[in-house]
Design a protein. Structure first.
Ligand code: ZN
Ligand code: FE
Length: 249
């Protein structure tokens, strides 16, 4: 038997989210801590003890809080891409695609999703009976968008998005930035006749006006409204990415 776990999000910096996986016990797992202080305050307020930190990639807005969290919880495991050990030096457990983890009584699976960076990984929390899988995908898939190709190719991103799409429509998508509204405004400009995108944009704008996050998304919703996950081939993805990189909405 294992306790039910939930995911919470902590908004930090201008548009980052830090995610916390926690259950009925005192243990907590934090994903991509950009900063430490708000995360420590959040965990302390809930009486939670940090057991592990998961990193999706090496950018500072995903690993910057780890030294501070380790000062407060020196025993916490730091899990990251073994191939990126030089750029994520505090890792205590290097992982690669296909690895399985067991944290807080839940099974997690590691996926290689290069494109944004060369060693970007994602974590899938396998569903409990009757529940949905939780996906922590860092800066690979965003709600309505995808990460910029800093170190990877359109071919890699296409393949990475394909493996995320294969997780199934109910999978909850916890992406690390609140970029949804801009992504959908861009998509609505590209496909002005796309009713699904227009409808979602209106919903997202309402959420933002009320100060709510638009995360998590679902894979099924992304397959309906995300032009990148719908790209047919690498050339199409390259063209979309280039257009979005230059877009100033
Ligand atoms: Zn990044
Ligand atoms: Fe980021």
């Amino acid at each position: 038997m294992h306790a039910a776990t939930t995911v919470s999000l902590i908004p930090v910096l201008s548009d980052n989210y830090v995610f916390v996986l926690h259950g009925e016990g005192p243990g907590a797992v934090v994903v991509d801590p950009a900063v430490a202080e708000p995360v420590i305050a959040w965990l302390e307020e809930k009486g939670l003890e940090l057991e592990a930190i998961l990193h999706t990639h090496h950018h500072s807005d995903h690993i910057g809080g780890t030294p501070g969290l380790l000062q407060r919880w020196p025993e916490a495991a730091v899990i990251a891409s073994a191939a990126d050990r030089e750029r994520i030096p505090l890792q205590t457990q290097g992982v690669q695609g296909g690895d399985q983890l067991r944290l807080l009584g839940r099974e997690l699976r590691v996926l290689e999703v290069p494109g944004h960076t060369r060693h970007h990984i994602a974590y899938v929390v396998e569903p409990e009976a009757g529940g949905a899988a939780e996906l922590f995908c860092g800066d690979t898939l965003f709600a309505g968008g995808c990460g910029r190709l800093f170190e990877g190719t359109p071919e890699q991103m296409l393949s990475s998005l394909g493996s995320l799409a294969a997780l199934g429509p109910e999978t909850r998508v916890w992406c690390a930035h609140e970029y949804t509204e801009g992504n959908l405004r861009w998509a609505a400009e590209r496909e002005p006749d796309n009713a699904a995108i227009r409808t979602r944009l209106a919903e997202v704008q309402q959420l933002r006006r009320e100060g709510h996050p638009t995360i998590p998304s679902r894979i099924g919703l992304e397959q309906e409204t995300n032009l990148f996950i719908r790209a047919q081939d690498a050339a199409a993805l390259r063209q979309l990415r280039g257009h979005k990189d230059l877009w100033r909405g």
